[in-house]
Design a protein around this ligand. Structure first.
Ligand code: ADP
Ligand code: ASP
Ligand code: MG
Length: 487
């Protein structure tokens, strides 16, 4: 039973404003605005429903899918289940696409056949009745026929997106067959019917809200919905996606669209840890963090969350929970508006950073100089992560080399430009970090042996960021684990 109170119209322009404000925050500039302060009052209605998103490893084996079916039927409340592709599938599809782009049809065909064999084995253990297996195999046949037909067509960007979409389409359809076999009533919602992005690849929340609420109101007696993460339609109406790891973003957007009671992200670890568990030996889960802290961590490299998946939940004040499918009883992490305790909560690292230094003794202090510099980045839709200035130079970092050449060329109009690639941002994230006693002393003492290229502090009360050459990333994370957390 859903509670539809008044539907609220959120203007498209206003939503864009909130989004650009959000992205401005992450540049660590001192102009720090909280979009939710202006907006929460506009989102009065809530649909009594929860979102449960399961990542690749949570559905990557037939027994895990069985476990997911148990988890989603534990409680009776209405829910939308968002599924990723089976683990390894999107990587395999990217590989197939790359082979096709390189006109290597032989290798593409080998990869398609290998992936199909994987799905045939999966079906054998997923379903137990012949009828369900036949249904599941028919789905596998349909999608692999599509991939085989693509081998005959000339490759394009649109085709690439179609290929990448097969993973989530397969996982949700196979899961639906299993639920049906188990007699679990549900509705499969095609994400392509409601999940849209605009010409700048930004999700269109008002449109998603409108379409999704209309679809849900057509199924008032249904309590369980299953839909695809990651995939969407773009401004041209073509199949597109929300970038790698984007199923978290789908979950958060769906949660915001209906203002769900909670958005649960089920994965293979018991919540957000204080440091990267893939790199550092001893890490611990964090019980509670704020949206701001989680957004900083996700953006600055904590892979457990898609970089931009927090803003929709934050905008609509939907709590996000990070939970472990393999250990459902573990507490996990709750992400809410409340900041919680003061102090450093976690450290994360983001690779592939490029540092650009613009040196100009003549112009730096001149009025409007920084604006001109920023305009160059804006022109090429390249966001700045860190910025530091001195009397004669300004250094910024970017995470994309897509327009590097053009950017450097234009910046050279204003001074000498130096570019350093292969850099890593290490972010120390927490609540009111600046009020934590001796924080900078502890921080710099613990990494005394590391050559630090840039430091950003004070742009946000939640973050201190360091830029180091990527060769020092592992050492930096390990030293900070000791120095800041005593681990
Ligand atoms: P899913 O497939 O469920 O989306 P991901 O692989 O995207 O899962 O994210 C979970 C992984 O994120 C964990 O297995 C862990 O290795 C990695 N990770 C990186 N940083 C962190 C962190 N700070 N806390 C928890 N997990 C992290
Ligand atoms: N399947 C997509 C990926 O691997 C999206 C996701 O899993 O979140 O990137
Ligand atoms: Mg993920």
């Amino acid at each position: 039973m859903y509670l539809f109170i008044n539907s609220v119209y959120l203007s498209f322009e206003f939503c864009n404003f909130v989004r650009s404000t959000y992205f401005f925050i992450k540049t660590s500039l001192s102009l720090y605005l909280h979009p939710q302060k202006f907006l929460f009052t506009h989102f009065e209605h809530r649909i009594i429903m929860k979102i449960m998103k399961f990542g690749g490893t949570s559905v990557g084996k037939p027994e895990r899918m069985h476990q997911v079916a148990q988890l989603i039927t534990k409680t009776d409340e209405p829910k939308i289940v968002v599924l990723s592709a089976l683990s390894g599938t999107t990587n395999a599809l990217v590989g197939i696409s790359d082979y096709l782009a390189a006109r290597n049809k032989v290798e593409a065909k080998t990869s398609i056949d290998k992936l199909e064999a994987h799905y045939r084995d999966f079906v054998l253990l997923l379903a137990s009745t012949e009828e369900a297996r036949a249904k599941a195999n028919a789905i596998v046949t349909e999608h692999f026929e599509f991939l085989n037909i693509i081998l005959l067509i000339s490759f394009s960007d649109a085709l690439n997106k179609d290929i990448l979409a097969q993973g989530e389409l397969l996982s949700t359809k196979l899961f639906s067959v299993f639920l049906e076999e188990q007699g679990i009533a549900h509705e499969l919602l095609p994400a392509l019917d409601f999940m849209t992005i605009d010409e700048y690849e930004e999700p269109q929340l008002p449109n998603i809200r409108e379409k999704l609420t209309a679809i849900l109101s057509e199924h008032k007696s249904t309590k369980l919905f299953v839909t695809q993460g990651y995939i969407c339609r773009n401004a041209k109406g073509e199949v597109d996606n929300l970038k790698r790891g984007g199923s978290d973003y789908t979950a958060s957007l769906v949660a915001a669209a209906i203002k769900a009671t909670v958005c649960e992200i089920w994965t293979d670890i018991d919540g957000m840890h204080n440091n990267d568990p893939r790199i550092v030996d001893k890490t611990l889960p964090i019980k509670q963090i704020s949206f701001d802290e989680a957004a900083e961590l996700a953006y600055f490299g904590a892979k457990i969350l898609h970089p931009t998946c927090i803003w929709p939940a934050q905008l609509t004040n939907v709590p996000v929970k990070l939970l472990n499918t393999m250990q459902p009883e573990a507490e996990g992490t709750v992400i809410t508006q409340e900041a919680g305790s003061v102090g450093v909560k976690a450290v994360a690292a983001k690779d592939g950073i490029i540092a650009i230094k613009i040196k100009s003794s003549r112009m730096l202090l001149a009025y409007g100089f920084l604006r001109k510099i920023f305009e160059v980045f804006e022109k090429y839709r390249t966001s700045i992560d860190m910025i530091t200035t001195s009397e004669v130079a300004v250094s910024v970092t970017i995470d994309s080399n897509l327009h590097l050449e053009e950017i450097v060329k234009e910046l050279e109009l204003y001074g000498t430009v130096e570019v350093d690639t292969n850099q890593t941002i290490v972010s120390i994230v927490g609540n009111e970090i600046s009020k934590t006693e001796h924080i900078l002393q502890r921080l710099f003492e613990s990494i005394a042996e590391i050559p630090v290229r840039m430091v950003s502090y004070g742009g946000s009360p939640h973050n201190v960021s360091l830029l180091v050459n990527s060769e020092f990333k592992i050492k930096t994370l390990q030293l900070l684990n000791k120095g800041l957390f005593g681990l």
